[in-house]
Ligand binder design. Structure first.
Ligand SMILES: [Zn+2]
Length: 545
């Protein structure tokens, strides 16, 4: 199967399916065609199908294929899923045109200066370079080739395997979220009982020199906390009379970005710290007025923490920074006044950091009865204009502040898309502990059999579609999220009840690669096409024997 998987990976890489392009539809068509051509699916045509994403101008779709085992009557079902999209190719610079041709890209890379490790990997012939080679077309190819072989012998399976390939994973996860409906239909109409899902998104070394192979029993959650910073504008000629929004926003970003004290943790596993993804002022043109407004947001990984606790912590931290900045500014004014020989008369600023829900409560107190509807309409217009979801949420917050006549300095903390629930197995829940033990046994057997070192961990460290199969957030945590997430129903509608009802553990096996989302993205083939398929087959024959 090694060569078959390698060739299929190259074919999948050759279909440029960059997130947000029509290539995402093209690759779905290819996969649908590949599965439809298998003799099993020639006989069972209704069991391979696509599902269009609603109102999607690019025609993107999910692909499903259900292999029904005939050994017994079990309704037990494993789900194997993977995403079909990739990130863009700008990072490849002058090699961009070869991004989708694995062999040519490797040849071209050999001609350029590379780090010692990349050069060694290039010369070894054991790595496949190319956009999506590691994240995660190889993972899809492994599933597809296994499906081809397994479907030749359905009599060996007591139970079923549902394959699902999704677009739009790299940003909004719309493919998986739309696909939940199909999972529910199979559950309700055919009585399929989902044991767990296996995603095949890439795994990689967790630190320099790490050679372990990881099995993740779940995936990291994430929220996107946003800061709307409202300063107090002034002319540069009276600069101490204002509070500069760019200064305040940059201090907040400095305090939060990569701050290891803010990391979430669960059962001995530490999440990565929050990362600033955006910082800009909202001044549309040049003049000599200081910036009145600024905007920043952060990717915040969550394993177990309650949304309210995280928001309160960020609010307290931001309040401290705001107070500190005002104090610093007054010190500077004092120094300046002394040096300039003028009286020191500091302006009295008092700044406050609000949560979005606090401002909504204030709006209710002041009987701004139409505010929710106003914001919803604003969001609908924004969607029609194809505005960025974060900008729409920001516009809603700005509108709310306008209607409340909120004056700066102030900061409003709110949440914008995407939101990914965290999802893993817990040792204090008997069913989940049992599955965890089962996976640990499989990992142990594989270590003994192959000489590789497998380790079972809770959280797939990158983000993944598996987030939407099961939700560990408490109802209180979800409530804190939605109360602080402006116009979430328009921006990021999530079928929470369906997710709670499905509640499917999301395991990640994954091909092994390096440098995903970087120009040197590459796949390590001996593990990915040699050992990973064995791991998957062992899992199948353990649970569907
Ligand atoms: Zn991926």
């Amino acid at each position: 199967m090694f060569e078959e998987m390698k060739e299929l990976t190259k074919k999948l890489v050759a279909i440029p399916s960059i997130n947000g392009s029509s290539g995402e539809a093209a690759i779905a068509d290819f996969i649908y065609g590949y599965v439809s051509g298998m003799p099993y699916f020639q006989r069972h045509r209704q069991d391979v199908f696509t599902q269009a994403l609603p109102k999607d101008q690019l025609g993107r779709k999910n692909v499903f294929a259900l292999l029904r085992g005939t050994k017994g009557n079990s309704k037990n079902t494993l789900i194997f899923h993977g995403h079909m999209d990739t990130v863009g190719v700008e990072d490849l610079g002058t090699l961009k045109e070869f991004a989708f041709d694995c062999d040519r890209l490797a040849e071209e890379m050999k001609k350029l200066p590379q780090t010692e490790e990349v050069r060694r990997d290039l010369e070894s012939g054991e790595y496949l370079f190319g956009r999506g080679a590691s994240d995660m077309k190889s993972g899809d190819a492994v599933f597809l080739v296994l499906l081809k072989h397994l479907s030749a012998h359905p009599e060996e399976l007591d139970g079923n395997i549902l394959f699902m390939f999704n677009p739009v994973e790299e940003n909004h996860h719309t493919g998986m979220i739309t696909g939940l409906e199909i999972l529910k239909q199979f559950q309700e109409k055919e009585g399929l009982q989902y044991l767990f899902a296996v995603n095949n998104d890439y795994i990689c070394p967790l630190y320099a020199g790490d050679s372990k192979r990881y099995i993740y029993t779940g995936t990291m959650g994430k929220i996107l906390p946003c800061m709307y910073v409202l300063g107090k504008e002034t002319h540069v000629g009276q600069c101490y009379e204002g509070v500069n929004a760019v200064n305040l926003a940059s201090r907040i970003v400095q305090a939060i970005d990569l701050n290891a004290d803010l990391c979430d943790a669960y059962d001995g596993e530490l999440a990565l710290p929050p990362v600033a993804l955006k910082l800009r002022d909202l001044k549309p043109w040049y003049n000599v007025q200081t910036a009145r407004e600024a905007f920043a947001y952060f990717s915040y990984m969550i394993e177990d923490g309650e949304t309210a606790d995280i928001l309160h912590r960020l609010r307290d931290l931001s309040q401290h920074i705001l107070d500190d900045m005002i104090a610093c500014q007054q010190e500077q004014l004092q120094t300046y006044s002394q040096a300039a020989g003028i009286p020191y008369k500091p302006p009295a600023f008092e700044g406050k950091v609000y949560l979005f829900e606090e401002l909504m409560a204030l709006a209710a107190e002041r009987e701004l009865v139409h505010i929710e509807q106003n914001l919803a309409e604003l969001a609908v217009r924004g969607r029609e204009n194809h505005d960025d979801a974060r900008d729409i949420a920001l516009a809603a917050v700005q509108e709310l502040c306008r209607q409340l006549q909120l004056s700066g300095p102030a900061v409003v903390l709110f949440i914008a898309p995407p939101y990914l629930p965290h999802n893993t197995l817990h040792r204090d829940k008997p069913d989940e502990a049992l599955l965890m033990k089962g996976l640990e046994r499989i990992a142990g057997d594989m270590s003994a059999q192959t000489g590789e070192t497998f380790e079972v961990l809770h959280f797939f460290p990158s983000l993944s579609d598996s987030s939407y199969l099961k939700i560990d957030d408490s109802p209180a945590s979800v409530a804190a999220l939605t109360h602080n997430f402006p116009v979430h129903e328009q921006l990021f509608p999530l079928p929470m009840d369906m997710i709670r009802q499905l509640s499917i553990p999301g395991i990640n096996y994954g091909c092994y690669g390096k440098d995903a989302h970087k120009r040197t993205e590459r796949l390590y083939m001996p593990y990915s096409f040699g050992i990973l398929p064995e791991l998957i087959l062992k899992t199948i024959y353990t649970y569907l024997a």
